[in-house]
Design a protein. Sequence first.
Length: 404
Amino acid sequence: MTMRRIVVVGNGIAGLTACDSLRSTGFDGELTVVGAERHQPYSRPALSKALLHGDDDLQAHELPQPTHDATELLGVSASGLDVDARVVRLDGGGELPYDGLVIASGSRAKRLAPLDGAAAPQRGGTRGQLPSRELTLRTIEDAVLLKELVASRPSVIVIGGGPLGMEVASGCLHMGCEVTLVSDVTPLSRQLGVHLAGIFTSAAIRRGLKVGGGGRARLAGSDGGRRVVLADGTELEADLVVTAIGDEPNVEWLAGSGLLNNGSLRVDSRGRLRPDIVAAGDVAFFPTLRGVQRIPLWTSAIDQAKAAAVGLLQGDAAPGFTFQPYFWTEGFGLALKAVGFTPVVGKPDYCEAGEGTDSLLLRWEHQDGSGTAAAINYRIPIPKLRRLANAGPEVLQRTVAAGV
Ligand SMILES: Cc1cc2nc3c(=O)[nH]c(=O)nc-3n(C[C@H](O)[C@H](O)[C@H](O)COP(=O)(O)OP(=O)(O)OC[C@H]3O[C@@H](n4cnc5c(N)ncnc54)[C@H](O)[C@@H]3O)c2cc1C
């Protein structure tokens, strides 16, 4: 069918990229984007990096102004979907009819305590006004609040040893806070593997991070609070507790639409749920070389959204989506870039030391023949890192020598 009206739900990087890609693929009809946040799309990765690192640069998260010429309904949520009538229902009434729909509603921070709205964290720069409930970091508002709170150098417990927890811990440490990271496994080992996790954890401990855990931690009391109980019963207390225990997809508005499969959205290799509905970004599970997965990363959202836009307009004629993860993180004086699937197992099969301490270029070969390349404090453009991941060191050296 000819698409004259396309609605995009979600105005994060996946929604923005989908709008841009629809236009660059030739869609010149009516485009409407619905975004629950009141802001233009911004960089979430910047929130846990630049925004927590002491300077007053609150622009680090900004992205260029959109040029897709869509009608933007910001501060508006989609509350329902009727796939037969082809309408998106909006919070507070109103409906948006569509010929094509892009679902890009992303995810939100998982919490240890339920968010009942009764005691949501409030601003307050002094110790006496510190919130007595769990903080999370997902939105620009969360980042501004956290930055304000850590300015008075409170003691902080961060629960969650993934990349986000480690970045928050690094930022708080940098701001002069005493920080304890609570993690049930070696921090970052689940995401990156033991070798890379060890490099980061050693650097973190050298910089003064206390690491504890050894099992599932919980908050003392039912409403969150500043006390944390470890798996062995030990109780820790701090001025602030920040949890970074993962994310959960924003799919509630799709209840009853018939699109959810055991509560999740599973798209095909062209991002499609149906010929007229695609999904992309943190909200979606998609086929990868390692099975159907949700990969809640920035470049994953961008690559999926590009494929989904073409999938919506061109159907079976669209090229299938092949995905290679790209991931980066910063903290404790280290900057890591990695191309390929992680976690990596065992020691790297290739290791080159660069200039300066902690400067490393590493590669792992996987059983399926694919590779993962990682650069720590090592200057290398992403395309070259990709070539190292895909082709190995000899080919990389030849192409670099040839200036390719
Ligand atoms: C602090 C932080 C640091 C990160 N750092 C990194 C990093 O270093 N590297 C990396 O690769 N990734 C990182 N990520 C992950 C990365 O930011 C996400 O994978 C990416 O932002 C996902 O984009 P998205 O558009 O799919 O979802 P989102 O960014 O979640 O955007 C979805 C948007 O849809 C809106 N929405 C939800 N429901 C509705 C509804 N019903 N109606 C209308 N709008 C709705 C949401 O409010 C949101 O604005 C980080 C994430 C965070 C939070």
